[in-house]
Design a protein around this ligand. Structure first.
Ligand code: APR
Length: 311
């Protein structure tokens, strides 16, 4: 059995473990700084396994030694966004947490692939690359699957069509500048405009951009966790099963889409090597401009990170 360590056993971390166990693809180690909490959640989940019929070992721990030889390390440790807080407000606090988690875990799992969930996502992936020293293809940020799934869910709610027929692609940074690509999205191969008038579609695009904030506003004490963690489980399965799955993720760009030196949401092929390929879409001038604006916002926050914490 493969091994996945999930660092941070809070809302997103424990829900990630839950979705992973459902998929029965790896044994799971859940690590947190809070004593007893990961152990309690792991034991509770272990006791659910006979009910759902999955043979998965789930260990809770406060000790990084238990993560030894993980195939995948998922980082969710950090503070969640509170109402009124932007993702960037979290930058310094979470950068220090993610930096220390990266340094600790890489000692025990030098061959792992890292999946990052902690926000601000585009900079936390960068931090992980710097602190682990791993090649960029082994560091992948979760954002695009979630943002695309939010858009798909809103379209399903509006049209009544099965979510399985709805294909949406949201690229760019994981912030308000993200770029929902309506021209590349479709319902069973039919353009979205055939199902939705322009106003409805624009409202869905705007709601997608603010999808995370909408949930923070409702929950009041934290941020979304079911959908972000479901996305991590999909990524982990694609990697462990070497599926060559094409999904939007935050990947390190080296000239693709005209960008260099940032993690940015683009379609990637996921397989046993992590990011095995970056897929480049043909974009029109409006789409290119929107992506450039989003890339500028991400590059700015990476520069900010470099000024605030030691890399
Ligand atoms: N090492 C391990 N765990 C840590 C550390 C650390 N250095 N610092 C904090 N944690 C743990 C906390 O104890 C907590 O249990 O991280 C967990 C975070 O869980 P929640 O507070 O429930 O937050 P969550 O909703 O999971 O969000 C975590 O993921 O989606 C992003 O924006 C979100 O950045 C946030 C992160």
């Amino acid at each position: 059995m493969a091994k996945i360590s999930v660092i941070g056993a809070g809302m997103t971390g424990s829900t990630t473990a839950h979705w992973l166990a459902e998929r029965e693809i790896a044994d799971i180690v859940l690590v947190d700084i809070m004593e007893g909490m990961p152990q309690g959640k792991a034991l509770d989940m272990t006791q659910a396994m006979p009910i759902i019929g999955k043979d998965v070992m789930i260990l809770g721990s406060n000790d990084y030694a238990d993560t030894k030889d993980s195939d995948i390390v998922v980082i969710t440790a950090g503070l969640p966004r509170k109402p009124g807080m932007t993702r960037e407000d979290l930058l310094v606090k979470n950068a220090n947490i993610v930096g220390s988690v990266a340094e600790e875990t890489i000692k025990y799992s030098p061959n792992a692939i890292y999946l990052i969930l902690t926000n601000p996502l585009d900079t936390m992936t960068y931090m992980t690359m710097m602190k682990t020293g791993l090649p960029a293809n082994k560091i992948i940020g979760q954002a695009g699957i979630l943002d695309s799934a939010r858009m798909s869910a809103f379209i399903a709610m509006e049209t009544g069509v099965s979510v399985q027929n709805i294909n949406c692609y949201v690229l760019g940074g994981h912030g308000d500048s993200m770029v929902p690509l309506t021209r590349h999205s479709n319902i069973a191969g039919v353009p979205l405009e055939k199902y939705l008038d322009a106003d409805k579609l624009e409202a869905i695009v705007q709601r997608t951009r603010k999808g995370g904030g909408e949930i923070v506003g409702l929950l009041k004490t934290g941020s979304a966790f079911y959908a972000p963690s479901a996305a991590i489980a999909q990524m982990a399965e694609a990697i462990l099963k070497d599926k060559k799955l094409i999904v939007p993720c935050a990947a390190y760009l080296n000239g693709e889409y005209g960008q260099k030196g940032i993690f940015f949401g683009v379609p990637v092929m996921l397989g046993k090597g992590g990011v095995e390929k970056i897929i480049e879409y043909d974009l029109n001038e409006d789409e290119k401009t929107a992506l450039q604006n989003s890339a500028d916002a991400v590059a700015k926050s990476v520069e900010e990170l470099k000024g605030l914490v030691e890399l």
